[in-house]
Design a binder for this molecule. Structure first.
Ligand code: SAH
Ligand code: SF4
Length: 360
């Protein structure tokens, strides 16, 4: 029989159809197995063998691992997945003290063309479906559990621009909340500044966190770094952020990749303080020293200047923190995801899981 749909694209109605003829309680059993126990059909030994086989056959996974790489002593895991049509995307899992965060892709590639971003440099392949986004989270959650961690946070900061793929992205948010039980406050949608998307997000019921990749507080400079700024300039963007704040009463975070000599000058800090102050609630600025990418020759700001820049923002009354970079050596850090366009693919390494022996 042909597959019905993919495993995490299937809704309750699809499963109901697949389980026709089974007792009523089967549906809840299967649903709990997939989303609470994060199990594969084969592991659901409370089901009859024939049901397990039917689930396996008719609800295949959407993501096939191509490589899995780890860094930071096993605390960061990156997967390169092949989708059914051969397109490739990446997902990054980061373990912290008592929780884990997964960074998911919303598109294969990206059409926004930000100059300093490896995904942007490689161009756009296609939108991801809701099931493909949800499956990235489920598989990372399962891995986190195997590593003795609990997946609590999801950030839409992998490949692609989530608000340029609005409907599947939002449907995935709703499913992570409803089916995986993740709190909206632990879900963060990051956007380059698609203003209609931000306005639409403000009308949704779930109060997710909004992160806006600003990188420049002057239109001239932002036009160069983030070409979509020509369509949605800073005044419109900040206005949409203010609207989101008002609707949700949630802090918006502003992302700033610090680029040596480009956007780390005193004048940049001054302009950022001015922009941040136009918001009705204090914004939070996340400073990320630029990670190296193949297509952008400029370097990240040196650590000392990063701290100075943070202090300039703080002196101006703006909350700012420096984000610790994860997974640079496996090209898993912000802006480094590139999938099949990668010039050098990470070599798969033995994976050492906490409290267990190394596996290959
Ligand atoms: N398209 C969305 C989400 C994915 S990018 C967006 O742009 O917000 C996730 C974050 O990484 C964004 O803040 C992006 O600007 C940042 N980023 C991109 N390239 C980077 C690089 N080379 N170094 C550091 N951060 C980078
Ligand atoms: Fe796309 Fe975000 Fe990269 Fe810009 S920074 S090219 S919007 S993924």
């Amino acid at each position: 029989m042909n597959p019905l749909t993919t495993r995490y694209a299937a809704g309750r109605a699809d499963l109901d159809e697949l389980l026709a003829g089974q007792p009523r309680y089967r549906l809840d059993q299967v649903w709990a197995g997939l989303y609470e126990q994060l199990a594969t059909p084969a592991e659901l030994t409370n089901l009859p063998k024939a049901v397990r086989a039917a689930l396996d056959e008719q609800l295949p996974l959407a993501l096939a691992p191509v490589t899995e790489s780890t860094s930071d002593g096993g605390e960061t895991v990156k997967w390169l997945w092949a989708l059914a049509d051969g397109t490739e995307v990446e997902t990054v899992l980061m373990h912290y003290d008592n929780r884990s965060t997964v960074c998911v892709s919303s598109q294969a590639g990206c059409a926004m063309g930000c100059t300093f971003c490896a995904t942007g440099q490689a161009g756009f392949d296609r939108h991801l479906t809701t099931g493909e986004i949800v499956e990235q989270v489920v598989r990372a959650a399962r891995r986190a559990r195997d590593d003795g961690q609990r997946l609590s946070n999801v950030v839409y900061m992998g490949m692609g621009e989530p608000l340029a793929n609005y409907d599947p992205t939002w449907a995935s948010v709703e499913r992570l909340h409803a089916d995986l039980g993740l709190s909206a406050r632990h879900l963060t949608v990051s956007t380059v500044g698609i203003v209609p998307g931000i306005r639409r997000l403000a009308t949704e019921a779930l109060p997710v966190n909004l992160a806006v990749s600003l990188h420049a507080a002057d239109d001239g400079l932002r036009d160069e770094l983030v070409p979509i700024n020509r369509r949605y300039p800073l005044s419109t963007l900040m206005d949409a952020c203010a609207g989101y704040l008002q609707a949700k009463n949630r802090r918006v975070s502003l992302e700033w990749a610090l680029i040596d000599g480009v956007n780390d000058r005193d004048v940049d800090a001054r302009q950022l303080v001015e922009r941040a102050r136009t918001l009705p609630l204090p914004a939070h600025v996340n400073l990320i020293p630029l990670n190296p990418t193949p297509g952008y020759a400029v370097r990240g700001t040196p650590p000392r200047r990063v701290r100075e820049f943070r202090d300039l923002l703080r002196e101006g009354g703006v909350n700012a923190t420096i984000r610790r970079t994860r997974g640079t050596e496996i090209d898993a850090a912000c802006g480094q995801l590139r999938a099949n366009h990668a010039i050098a693919r990470p070599v798969p390494q033995p994976v050492r899981r906490r409290g267990s022996k190394a596996i290959t």
